[in-house]
Design a protein around this ligand. Structure first.
Ligand code: HXC
Length: 505
């Protein structure tokens, strides 16, 4: 065997060994927990044969606690680039079979390298987290590694999409990288995120709680809003990441990919002409409206189980990616509260950062009142959504279906917040408040309710001032919104020069 052949064989062997990470038995243990390995996850995520790995032979340089005898090539994370539906992405996946995927100085350096490449080359960065946190043997070097990652998350924010998959433990300060990224996808039963685990919680507060109840996917998807998606299993989690990317541009320098459709732009839907109940206090399902107007009825909802009084998510309209924000009359009558405002504000800002037009469907009775909301800061939180719409320069098309009252009317992408095209259905009521409340405050008799209704509870009053551009037949909503968006495709709008804004956090 020639010298060269020997060296090539050595490489092949080294590669094969590195690919086994912590070894067969730990891979089996990972599978026994119902989890895939880092490499299996990457294989599912990327187009077949597209993965190019970087840093396969990186090792840690820690010598504390005998760590010099515990070196595994790759050091607990698999990093590199590949494609998803032919589009370049950078990826890292922590390998729990090596020191529990814990983050070392060198693991952090590998992650930082792909993050830097993603930003430089204008491609999304996807992180699949499965880790026991900071590599305890490395002490402060591991913490420094986290900080390096966080700093890059911050600088990459709004430049390239950053998506986190939480596919195992993610505890302590480690949670802050996912929290800084644009979307978190968690997996039910096998992933959790918390600052301190159940045993510390018990010591500090006396509260007894298990991992799932403290920081499982269901909790973060429905109570805290930390998770944008809760998948049934890892396969579904990976699929969610891929679906999400199909709506997004690769960076803020690009437009989202066009997706051709056979759904005619001019399709009308007569059912929309009957969807608004006669009784203004009766609900209807906003999902029905969204499904009716978007291409092929396909809608990727974000934060499906959290703050359900507002709906946000991605769809296509005549092939163009759009962000939909819609009040949901079926939940709390579609009122804006703290969580709904935060949820929608973050979504609006994401869309604006990545050139995705906004379509807003309005049926909002107002902001939720009461001590709970006031003490929780509904003023500052509601202002986030107001701010987000007002600063957004992407095309903004608004359709008011029914109620649009008071401050909530303004917040929900009104004309004066630089709404580009504002439509209303004939059933719209655009007013300071509903008739009953108004008549009470003005100390008018009940018979004034009718006068108030005639004056304000219609779209014509707002249209008479030009606050509504046109009143449209509900059945025509799809093609009117598409036509508006097409006219706005080359929209140019800018905000004043500044270091950065100071939105009410
Ligand atoms: C080094 C670690 C590790 C860590 C796990 N391992 N976490 N090694 N540093 N942080 C090692 C284990 O020693 C073990 O090695 C292997 O990974 C698998 O761990 P197990 O405990 O056997 O697995 P499991 O029972 O599934 O439990 C997983 C776990 C548990 C719940 C994550 O390992 C755990 O509680 N780890 C510590 C979590 C933690 O407190 N991390 C520090 C948080 S503070 P062997 O060789 O025995 O197989 C933090 C600060 C970040 O992260 C701050 C950023 C700003």
């Amino acid at each position: 065997m020639s010298n060269q052949t020997e060296k090539i064989e050595e490489l092949v062997e080294k590669r094969a060994k590195a690919k086994l990470g912590g070894g067969e038995s730990r891979i089996k243990a990972q599978h026994d927990k119902g989890k895939l390995t880092a490499r299996e996850r990457i294989a599912l995520l990327l187009d077949e044969g597209s993965f190019e790995e970087y840093g396969m032979f990186v090792q840690h340089r820690c010598t504390n606690f005998g760590m010099e005898n515990n070196k595994v090539d790759g050091d607990g994370v698999v990093t590199g680039m590949g494609t998803i539906e032919g589009r370049l992405v950078y990826v890292y996946a922590q390998d729990f079979t090596v020191s529990g995927g814990s983050l070392s100085e060198m693991q952090a350096a590998k992650i930082c390298k792909v993050m830097d490449m993603a930003v430089r080359n204008g491609a999304p960065c996807i992180g699949l987290n499965d880790s026991g946190g900071a590599r305890i043997q490395e002490g402060v070097n591991a913490l420094a590694g986290y900080a390096e990652i966080f700093q890059r998350n911050i600088l990459a924010s709004g430049v390239v999409p950053q998506i986190s998959g939480i596919f195992g433990p993610c505890a302590g300060g480690a949670v802050y990288s996912p929290a800084l990224t644009d979307f978190n996808v968690m997996v039910k039963d096998t992933s959790y995120m918390f600052l301190t685990g159940p045993s510390v919680v018990k010591t500090v507060t006396g509260e007894e709680v298990n991992q799932e109840e403290l920081g499982g996917a269901a909790v973060h998807a429905s109570k805290s809003g930390v998770a944008h998606f809760a998948a049934e299993n890892e396969q579904e989690g990976i699929q969610t990441i891929k679906s999400l990317l199909s709506f997004l541009p690769s960076s803020n320098r690009e437009q989202a990919p066009f997706r051709p459709t056979n759904d005619p732009a001019g399709r009308v839907d007569d059912a929309l002409n009957d969807i608004i109940p006669d009784n203004p206090n009766k609900a209807y399902d906003m999902y029905g409206v969204i499904g009716s107007i978007v291409d092929d009825g396909e809608f990727l909802e974000v934060h499906k189980s959290w703050a359900k009084n507002i709906i946000v998510g991605f769809a296509h309209l005549n092939g163009r990616s759009v962000g939909i924000v819609a009040n949901q009359p079926q939940v709390l009558a579609g009122v804006l509260d703290i969580n709904a405002s935060r949820k929608a504000a973050r979504f609006v800002r994401f869309c604006d950062a990545f050139n995705i037009p906004l379509v807003t469907l309005v049926d909002v009775p107002g902001f939720l009142c009461g001590t709970q909301q006031e003490y929780g800061g509904i003023i500052a939180n509601g202002a986030k959504l107001l701010y987000a719409y007002g600063e957004a320069t992407v095309p903004k098309v608004t359709v008011t279906l029914r109620k649009s009252y008071g401050g909530a009317h303004i917040v929900m992408s009104c004309k004066q917040l630089r709404g580009d095209v504002n439509y209303a259905w004939p059933t719209a009521n655009i007013a300071v408040m509903g008739a009953k409340g108004a008549v009470e405050i003005l100390k008018l008799g009940e018979d004034a309710e009718q006068e108030y209704n005639d004056l304000f509870c219609n779209p014509y009053n707002a249209a008479s001032y030009g606050y509504i551009d046109d009143i449209i037949e509900p059945r025509n909503t799809r093609f009117r919104v598409i036509r508006a968006l097409e006219s706005l495709a080359d929209k140019k709008a800018e905000n004043p020069q500044k270091k950065h804004d100071n939105l009410p956090l």
